[in-house]
Write a new protein. Sequence first.
Length: 133
Amino acid sequence: MPIVKMRAEFSCPLERVWRTVTDLEHWSWRSDIRGMWSNAGGRSFVELSRDRTHTYFQITAFAPRRWYALNMESEKLSGRWECYFSQAGAGTQVEFTLEAQFKRPMPGFLTAVCLRRRQKQYITDLRRALEVT
């Protein structure tokens, strides 16, 4: 399964980055999704993408302000997404790891390119959201 790791630094407190990433009710800053619904306990949720694909997520790790991990499954892909949070001076560093496989066969390098594009978009949207709030 291809793995894409990316680091990003944000010039705001770790707590604020953590809250933005893990808040399942306030997702409108994401440009790649149309909707999100979580279960009553908040351990799983569903995202509806712009192309109307449902992706099901199960939270597998939730260590406040340190580690957030999810398993994901959709008709298009399955895999795992993890975030490690750390203080970086007055700001925050996050290491994102996306490990996924598209269900429709494609060459490994193409899968990595698609995953990298998704992760870059997420980071761009997150940066924009943190600048506004």
